[in-house]
Structure formats: C-alpha cells, structure tokens
Design a protein around this ligand. Structure first.
Ligand code: FAD
Length: 462
C-alpha cells in the first residue's frame, strides 16, 4: 500500500518537520523523516541539551486541532492567563493576556512536544523517522537527498517531494537556492539568551504564581519565565553579548549577583543555582531570516524556521511553523498540481511571515523598554476596554496575533487603522477641550471688560 503513495523526504524532525509528517501522511504520502539528532524519546534529557519551553497560541492550537492532537498537547501544558511583570523595585503587576476568558497561552516543553508529535506521526503506517541522519546533499532536480549516519556511511534517498524543515540555518534552503535568483537576509540580534531555572520551593510548591508568563523587563537585559507542570519555571535570560552588562561581563558569581541585584532583584531568591547555571549553560543566538524562494518547482519546499526564523519576543515562531503545516496541506488539497500548490503556499505565507519578523523585532523593544512603564498598562487597559465595548470591531494587535488566526499582515493593517482612529478621537477630544477652554476664556475676558466698564476709572477689577 505504501509503495503506491508519492514519497516525501522531510529533513528535520523539529516542531515543523514532525507535525508536517502527520499532515503529509494524512494527505496520502509515504513519509520518511531524517533528523541529525538522536530520538528525543530515548534521549529524554533534551535533544537540544536544554529544556526550552514555548508558548502555544491560537495558530499553533488550530494546526494541532486539525489533526486531532490538541487535547493531548494541552494535557502536557500549563495555561498562562497573563503576564506577571516584575519591576526593578521588586514590585509585581499582573497584565491579563486577552479580553475574554479563553484568550490564554499554554506553556509546553519543546522536547516533550516533539516526542508527542513523533509518536503521533509514527502511529501512521506510512511514516518512518530516521534519527542520527544528517543531510549532506540535496539534488533538487531529481529530487533526492544524501544523508550521513553517525558511522560515516552515506545513503541516497530519492523522493517525489523534499521538505526542508531543518531550521534557521537550513542546508536544504542553501542547496535549493544555489545558483537561483534568490533573496536572502539574515539579521543577528546583538543580544543572546541562556536558559535558567526557578525550581519548586522546599515545600514542593511553586515559588511564584504558576499560571502566568513572568517577565522582568529592562533596557540592560530582560528575562521571561514559562511555567512547567511540575511547578518549576524555565527562564530565558536575554542580555547583550558584549558590554558592561552582558554575558561577556558575567565572569564570576559576584558579577552575576550584582547584575541581578540591580536589574532583577526579586529573582535572586527564586533561583538558588543562578550563578552556577549562568557559568555552565550555553548562550544561544537569535536570528531573523527572510528569504525567497521557498520552493523549487514541484519538488522542494521549505517550512518553519528554514524560511522564516524570527526573534522569539512575540512567541510566534513555533506557532507560525505549525500554521505552515496547515496551510501547506490546504494548498496541496486545493491544487492537484503540486508545483501550483507549492507556489500558492509560498504566496499565502511569505507576506505574513515577513510582517511577523517586524512585529517580533518591535516586541523586543516593547518588552525591553515599555512593558513596565505606567503608560503601557494604561494603553493596554484602554485597548481591552475598547475591545469589550466594541466586540468584533476593536481588537488589540496582541490579541489578533496570539489569540486569533487573522493573517499577520492583516492584523497589523487593522491595528494601524484602529490606532489612527484612536489618535483621531483623541485629537478631536483635545480640539473640543481646547475650543471649550478658548470659549470659556473669551467669556471670562468679556465678563472682565464688562466689569471694567462698570468700574470707576483708575480702579482695577479684582
Ligand atoms: P527547529 O526547531 O530548529 O528544528 C529543525 C530541526 O532540523 C532540528 O531538530 C535540527 O536538529 C534538524 N536539522 C538541522 N539541520 C539538519 C540537517 N542538516 N540534517 C538533518 N536534520 C537537521 N516559538 C513560539 O511559538 N512560542 C514561543 O514561546 C517561543 N519561544 C522561543 C524562545 C526562544 C529562546 C527561542 C530561541 C525560540 C522560541 N520560539 C518560540 C521559536 C521556536 O522555537 C522556533 O520557531 C521553532 O523551533 C521552529 O521549528 P522548526 O521545526 O522550523 O525548526
């Protein structure tokens, strides 16, 4: 039965590749997935060597729901109902994520999620995963891939379609675009990140409110913490690579504590292994990738970070990668000709993921500089109030991005229209206020003149 199916070779069993395997098997393909790392289910300490957790939002949830996996994923995740913002003076404030009760995010461990997706894909008889296989070469014309096993042997695998789900530094992308009129931009942030832990307290209970994303904003550095099912939290500390307050400057426990005392004072008591973790955990880099084309004829296509890596500050990279799987599937269903389907996929997605890249950059500035300022909370409260007053007609940008599946560029355009309207109303209110003040002023002057005229010469009105 499997032999009659068209064959797809997926490179990368990360989030995008594993979910794509589920979708493509359902669409009638015989699926082989090649992953350079070991099987996450037999290497539970973390295929990445780190235990990153991610915020799952509406787009990702919809893509999981479509293939019946959402319930299982939510069982392994912690709901996050809003952000707890920790200020440098040690005070905290809670900012709800959404306007309505269901508008929440879910925190899930990346490696657990991948293991769940691999299990779900492998349950299909037409899917096989090949771990410890690194892509060496892509022949985009045939198409075929050559993979290298740990023992040094190479194997060539012909396929009808190759899917490049091999992440931001994709080999499939490089080799697919080689010699084409391809556009490519790669922008590294001069800040990196490392993973730290807030373990459960000595009483076995969470040290902070669990069902929230915790944020320590700041211009010199920022930290976010996602909750885990066991009551611990995984933090991502973002700092410049170089400079006075930077990863390079954290060379001793004293320096770590001095930086935390100044920027994240209340976090010190929550993180008993802080200095040790900073000394031993790797520092990762953050990159934005914009690229085109995403496909070659009817033979090769890119998905996920391979074609649109974004900074993590909007929490949308995985969600957008999952949405790719859904949209690719819809295009393959709508267009029987695979070349047309792949072109439709790129046209449907690229304008929106380019906007996501911009939004993710802007949110870095927002988290770093604005979230803890009173004006931000006021603006967020106005947005929420308007959304309640004008349901369906006023939706905050964050809500559209995180809690709906409105395409990213449409969400941004709509938010700009709303902002213009708000500015217009505010300007109108100011103009009305100014007119009233001027009117009151004129009346006062007229009244004063009248008073003067009734006053004896030489005497001043009082
Ligand atoms: P990857 O996850 O990078 O997977 C690529 C896979 O390909 C890997 O398994 C890799 O080993 C494999 N591979 C690479 N090269 C080869 C090769 N030559 N041969 C074989 N296999 C290969 N997103 C969210 O939606 N919400 C969040 O809250 C969020 N938080 C984040 C926090 C941080 C600190 C970071 C860095 C990212 C965050 N993201 C978040 C983004 C998210 O992690 C990525 O967008 C997502 O992992 C992309 O999935 P992917 O499958 O496309 O790529």
């Amino acid at each position: 039965m499997t032999a009659q199916r068209p064959r797809v070779a997926i490179v990368g069993a990360g989030l995008a590749g594993s979910l794509a395997a589920v979708y493509l098997a359902r669409r009638g393909y015989a699926v082989d997935v090649y992953e350079r790392r070991e099987d996450p289910r037999v290497a539970p300490a973390g295929i990445t060597g780190r235990s990153i957790n991610l915020g799952l939002s509406a787009r990702g949830m919809r893509a999981l729901q479509e293939v019946g996996l959402l319930t299982d994923v939510l069982k392994r995740s912690v709901p996050m109902r809003g952000r707890v913002v920790h200020s440098p003076d040690g005070s905290t404030s809670f900012q709800p994520y959404g306007v309505r009760e269901h508008e929440i995010l879910y925190s899930v461990l990346r490696d657990e999620l991948i293991a769940l997706l691999v299990d779900a894909a492998e349950a299909h008889p037409a899917v096989r995963f090949h771990f410890g296989r690194r892509l060496r070469r892509l022949d985009r014309e045939r198409p075929a891939i050559t993979v290298l096993a740990a023992d040094g042997t190479e194997e060539e695998i012909p396929a009808d379609l190759v899917v490049g789900a091999d992440g931001a530094f994709s080999t499939v992308r490089q080799q697919m675009q080689h010699g084409l009129r391809a556009n490519h931009s790669q922008e590294f942030l001069d800040w990196g990140y490392t993973e730290l832990t807030i373990p459960v307290g000595d009483d076995g209970r969470p040290r902070v409110r669990l069902e929230a994303l915790h944020v320590w904003p700041g211009e010199r550095g920022l930290m976010v913490a996602h909750p885990n099912l066991d009551g611990s939290l995984t933090c991502s500390l973002f700092l410049p690579f170089e400079g006075p307050a930077s990863f390079a400057a954290l060379t001793s426990a004293e320096e770590v504590h001095a930086l935390f005392r100044q920027d994240f004072p209340d976090a010190i008591a929550l993180m008993p292994r802080l200095a040790e973790e900073i000394a031993t955990h790797p520092v990762g880099q953050l990159v934005t990738i914009r690229t085109a084309p995403w496909r070659y004829a009817d033979r090769v296509v890119l998905i996920g970070d391979a074609c649109h890596a974004v900074y993590p500050f909007y929490g949308q990279g995985m969600n957008a990668a999952f949405e790719d799987c859904l949209v690719l599937d819809e295009c393959l269903s709508r267009y029987p000709d695979r070349g047309t389907a792949l072109a439709a996929f790129e046209n449907a997605r690229r304008p929106h993921t380019d906007v996501l890249a911009e939004l993710s950059k802007q949110n870095f500035v927002e988290l770093r500089d604005r979230v803890h300022r009173p004006g931000y909370a006021v603006r967020a409260a106005v947005d929420r109030a308007l959304a309640r007053l004008l349901p369906g007609r006023w939706t905050p940008l964050y809500t559209m991005v995180a809690h709906t599946t409105t395409p990213y560029a449409e969400a941004l355009a709509r938010s700009r229209r709303q902002d213009r309207l708000l500015r217009g109303v505010a300007a109108g209110a100011l103009a009305t206020g100014a007119a009233l003040v001027a009117y009151a002023g004129r009346r006062a002057v007229r009244g004063a003149r009248a008073t003067v005229s009734h006053t004896k010469p030489g005497r001043r009105p009082c």
